[in-house]
Design a binder for this molecule. Structure first.
Ligand code: G3I
Length: 369
């Protein structure tokens, strides 16, 4: 009797399971974008050390590339001539490797967050061109030697060209002129000949910036230097960039013979205070510019989602030439744009919201709606 009961129960369960539709396996971002381009994210130290367990879980589930938001910048990793803080950078690389991700190094030479000792000697006097070149070489060589074969590519120089295409008058430029950029690329290639090398900048849809960066790419190539891609940071807002100009830049870079990396994607959902992404920009708090401190109204969210859907359609259009799309943070609460250039705002610029929920436009894309 008992045997008959169990056989009956087994058949009933099997019948039920056949009629019940198995829940659809969730499509992840790296599943969907995998054969188009790398889908990456900037991680902070809480995520790479997995103290932010929810953020780390999203990174591991959805992304196949990671970049360090801050821990590899010179002021963090090399704060004095004789001090190296390798801990966070080592953990960042380990986190990426352990999770089978492409690891990107950001950034070797940048006027901002740069350790002041690069430019002054022990007496506080400005160093010579030769001394600065030696310090740049030592900084770059130490990092690329340590992570040789583990970091796929580096933002070698960050934000050296202004919106009108001229050179930013940074200390690097003041002491070395235009030469600091080819020098940085030369040092990087010698330190790790297999590493990909990138130039990275924001506001790349502006015609002047586009022409300046294309000119730089051609100059580096003419000197026989390796440059694999240009990073279009892509810090966007609800009114910028003009997508026609944005696509012109993508095409101009393709024509210049480099790949395009989308390196720091985010999009303000609240009014843009500063265009570009100059960390030096600051603005006094104004409640008027922080209209949605509690939650984004559906009407605004719809506009933001529609605009982001347009952005990703551009990326899919140029997928043969876009090597990577990286977003600048995991969820809205992580974004630098909550405090830049105005501290204390609530912004909604990333692919996941504060509940770690994927934004609707992205669900539509990966579920092909
Ligand atoms: O880690 C310290 C912490 O110990 C201290 O208590 C706190 C108090 O101010 O500061 C913390 O450091 C901050 C760091 O982010 C980590 O949160 C720095 O002050 C702050 O300046 C730094 O901001 C970063 C900014 O670059 C400047 O490095 C942003 O997180 C980062 O998103 C932003 O990223 C840049 C890219 O590297 C280059 N492109 C533009 C982009 C946006 O500015």
């Amino acid at each position: 009797m008992i045997k008959r009961f169990f056989i009956g129960a087994f058949c009933a369960a099997s019948l039920l399971s056949c009629t019940q539709k198995a829940p659809e396996a969730e499509v992840t971002l790296k599943d969907y974008f995998g054969d188009k381009f790398l889908i990456g994210v900037a991680v902070n130290v809480d995520q790479s050390w997995e103290r932010d367990t929810l953020g780390a879980a999203i990174v591991k589930k959805h992304f196949n590339s990671v970049v360090a938001e801050n821990c590899m910048k010179s002021e963090e990793i090399h704060p004095t001539p004789f001090t190296w803080n390798w801990g966070d950078a080592d953990q960042f690389v380990k986190f990426g490797e352990e999770n089978g991700m492409t690891v990107i190094g950001h950034c070797l030479i940048w006027h901002s967050q740069c350790s002041p000792w690069f430019f002054t000697d022990e007496n506080g006097k400005q160093v010579s061109a030769e001394v600065l070149k030696a310090r740049m070489r030592d900084h770059i060589t130490a990092i690329l030697t340590r992570y040789r074969g583990r970091i796929k590519g580096y933002d070698v120089v960050n934000e050296a060209i202004l919106d009108d295409g001229s050179y930013r008058n940074s200390k690097f430029y003041e002491i070395l002129g235009e030469e600091f950029i080819p020098w940085a690329f030369k040092c990087a290639h010698e330190a790790d000949p297999d590493a990909e090398l990138y130039y990275n900048d924001y506001s790349m849809a502006l015609p002047g910036k586009r022409e300046g960066v294309v000119k730089l790419v051609k100059s580096l190539k003419a000197q026989g230097l390796r440059i694999d891609a240009v990073g279009m940071q892509s810090h966007m807002g609800m009114e910028h960039p003009d997508f026609v100009e944005y696509e012109k830049t993508i095409q101009a870079l393709i024509d210049a013979g480099v790949e395009v990396a989308i390196t720091e994607l985010d999009m303000d959902a609240i009014p843009t205070v500063s265009f570009g992404a100059s960390v030096e920009d600051e603005a006094a708090y104004s409640a008027q510019m922080n209209p949605y401190p509690e939650a984004l109204p559906d009407s605004v969210s719809q506009i933001w989602n529609d605009r982001m859907k347009q952005v990703f359609s551009i990326y899919e259009k140029y997928q043969d030439h876009i090597c990577r799309v990286t977003v600048w943070g995991v969820q809205d609460g992580d974004s630098w744009k909550n405090d830049w250039p105005m501290k204390g705002r609530t912004n909604y610029p990333l692919l996941f919201d504060r509940n770690y929920e994927m934004k609707p436009f992205l669900k539509d894309i990966i579920n092909k709606k």
